[in-house]
Each structure stands twice: as C-alpha cells, then as structure tokens.
Design a protein around this ligand. Structure first.
Ligand SMILES: C[S@@+](CC[C@H](N)C(=O)[O-])C[C@H]1O[C@@H](n2cnc3c(N)ncnc32)[C@H](O)[C@@H]1O
Length: 385
C-alpha cells in the first residue's frame, strides 16, 4: 500500500522521524517520493492510520493512496471508481493539492461532475489552512478534522501522480490542551510535545520498552512516551523540576489511564546508576537564555560547556543502554556576529566511543531552528558501536 504523510514545518526532521518509525516497527519502505511538505511511502506493511497519526510528532495528517500513475490514469480512476463510500448523500469535501494548479482544477471538475452523476450532494470547500515552514515559506496545511461528513482528497505529483484520501489528522487541540493544562509548566525551558514525540521516535524505543530521559525537567518527553505505552526513567539535577515532573505524570496517569511504569528521580546523570534501558531521548541544558546575539567567545564557551556535559552524561549512561539502543538528543547551535557555531560531534563521538547513527536516506544533524533564532537546536542520533 501507499501512504501520504503531510509533514509539519520542519520537513527534513519530519521525514527522519517517519523513516525511524518505520525502521523501529520493522515496516519496509519499498519506495518514497517527497514533494514540498508531502511524502508518499510505498510499503508492504499494514498501517493503522489512527495510531500512526497519534504517535508521530512531525506529521499533520496521513492518507491512503487510491491510485498512482500518469495524470490521465488518475483522472480515469477518479471518474470510474467509487471515491465516496458513505450512505449519507450530503457532505463536504476538499482537495489537498500537491500537484500544481491545473491538475487540481481538472481533478475538481471531474469529481464535481462525478458526484452530480451519482446524485451525491458534495459541497466543495477550499483548504485554506497553511503552515509556515522553518525556512519561513508557506506550505499546505492539513484539515482540522475529518469525519464521515468531511472528506479530504489529495493529489500529489512526484515521480508519478498519486490520488487518495486523508484518513487521519493530528489532533493539535488535544496536544495543546495536554501541554497547557498540565499542573506544572516551565515555558522557557520545556520542549514541545511535538518535538518530544519526534525524539522518542528517533530513539526507536518500542511499546513496552524502557526509555531514559537523563535531563527530564518537568517531564514532557516522559509523558509523551508514556502515552505510547513506553516505560520511562527520568532524572534531573533540579529538585523542583523533578517535583513538577512527578505532578505532571500523576496528572497524565489519571487523565489517560496510563499502564506503563515510570521512575522519576533527582540526580546527576553524569554519575547516576540506572536500570538497563532500550534507548534515550532527551533535551540537555542548552545553556543560559540569550536575549542578544553573544560574541564569539561567549558562544564558544557555551558550546564547550555543553560538549563537556553531554560527553560526561553519555559516558555514564551508555553502560546502561541495551546493545543497539539509540540516543536521540538536541544540541545548541548559537548565532554570533561572525557565524553560527555548533557542537563538534566528531569530538563527542571520539570521547564517548559512540557513533552518529546512519538512518537510511537521512543525515544527522538535522536543523531545528530558524536563521533568526539566536540559540537553535540540532538533532542528533547516536549509537554504541
Ligand atoms: C532543557 S531542560 C529539559 C527540559 C525538559 N525536556 C522538560 O520538558 O522540562 C534541561 C534540564 O537538564 C537538567 N540538568 C542539567 N545538568 C544535569 C545533570 N548533570 N544531570 C541531570 N540533569 C541535569 C536541568 O536541571 C534542566 O532541567
């Protein structure tokens, strides 16, 4: 089968997350095609659309491809086959267009005439939602909901054309509610649920596995992992953050009836002794909050301190990670008057004996910042070799 993924504002990171998700779930990728912020993957594996859209952080909607080929093949398919399977004759439909204006206009007219012929009262609604990508350009957004009454078709032009229907949409209201209503928030330091999910998927820890966050703060990554039935261990140096993480997880537990285990404790991840874990997803301290562009020396010092911290922590925790376990983490990249400076990953790998994970078709680090951000993030995945 072929699946369409409508990607969020960081296309490269969203793509890496999907490839990692497929790898961890032993789902094969026979072919893929990326255009703008949409990715089509061909696989032999079965897809649970509701599950996949809940578990991915960087995808805004997923759809099933009904037909692929040349443009005329797609038009013929649409004209000759049933594309609306409900009994209710009145409904609203939209078309997500990843194929250029003329293809989508022709498709619209074929669908409109077809529905008329079939005596269906489909009312067309334009998808107005757009998203601002990391590079500040705009891309097509996903519908806010889908139901029996709202159908969203798509047309995609890559190496060939694909036509299909959206089957799952990210429930961003629910995610926002989870983030805003948890008892303890720490806006300036906390990571978003979206990026937390991405790091979890990059770590490839599976359901019922154990994930470690050695810089857990108030526990956002832990919460997102628990929601995926992953057991978690969280450590942080800051006692008040740990109390916050415990309150947040307790709240989550009551609200979502979590079944997985969690251990959250105050400690120094440079020397903590741990249980064996399957992988790590974390956002270490990226340094002091910078309101102005720092001079080169200050930025260099921050990067140097980060490198020392991450090396010490990795050298300690790698003893507790199962063979093949992956460590996904964010690292700072700092804008200075001269140039942006980032961590020296070769130095980190040399000092820890770890290697940058080679995920097929993906190159780490992946940027997660805008050029105007003073401190941005780079995302890495390491593995013990
Ligand atoms: C960027 S914050 C993590 C935010 C977290 N993801 C959240 O959702 O709140 C980094 C955390 O690392 C903790 N930290 C710094 N050095 C540490 C160490 N050596 N061991 C454990 N935690 C440490 C800090 O106390 C801080 O809470």
């Amino acid at each position: 089968m072929k699946i369409l993924f409508v990607l969020g504002r960081n296309v490269e990171l969203s793509k890496a997350e999907i490839f990692s998700y497929f790898e961890k779930n032993q789902m094969n990728i026979k072919k893929f095609d990326l255009q703008r912020n949409a990715l089509v993957i061909e696989t032999d594996s079965k897809i649970n659309f509701n599950k996949i859209i809940k578990e991915l952080g960087g995808t805004t909607s997923v759809g099933e491809v009904y037909c692929s080929g040349g443009l005329e093949d797609v038009f013929e398919y649409v004209d000759k086959n049933e594309i609306y399977m409900e009994s209710e004759p009145k409904f609203i439909y939209s078309i997500l267009n990843f194929a250029g204006r003329s293809a989508s206009e022709k498709l619209y007219s074929i669908i409109k005439n077809k529905f008329k012929r079939e005596r269906l009262r489909g009312v067309f609604k334009r998808v107005r939602k757009t998203i601002e990508k990391q590079d500040k350009t705009f891309a097509i957004g996903s519908p806010t909901k889908i139901s029996k009454m709202d159908k969203t078709y798509f047309i995609f032009k890559g190496k060939e054309y694909h036509f299909g229907i959206i089957k799952g949409v990210c429930d961003s209201k629910e995610i926002e509610m989870r983030d805003m209503e948890k008892p303890v928030r720490r806006a300036e330091l906390a990571i978003s649920p979206r990026l937390s999910k991405i790091l979890i998927n990059l770590s490839q820890v599976k359901r019922n596995g154990v994930l470690l966050d050695p810089f857990c703060g108030i526990g956002t990554i832990l919460q997102e992992a628990l929601l995926q039935n992953i057991n978690v261990i969280g450590i942080d140096l800051d006692e008040s953050a740990i109390n916050g993480a415990k309150k947040n997880v307790f709240w989550l537990n009551k609200r979502y009836n979590i079944k997985s285990d969690y251990t959250i404790s105050c400690g120094d991840s440079r020397k903590a002794r741990l249980k064996i874990v399957d992988g790590v997803a974390t956002e270490p301290s990226l340094g002091v909050l910078l309101k102005r562009i720092p001079d080169y020396r200050k930025a260099n010092k921050m990067i140097y301190e980060f490198e020392n911290l991450i090396v010490d922590v990795l050298n300690n925790i790698k003893k507790f990670i199962k063979k093949g376990g992956k460590i996904s983490f964010t690292a700072p990249t700092i804008k200075t008057q001269k140039k942006r400076i980032s961590c020296d990953i070769k130095k980190i790998c040399k000092a820890t004996g770890l290697a940058v994970y080679s995920l097929k078709n993906i190159n780490f680090p992946i940027k997660e910042y805008r050029e105007d951000h003073i401190v941005g993030r780079e995302i890495f995945v390491l593995i013990d070799i």
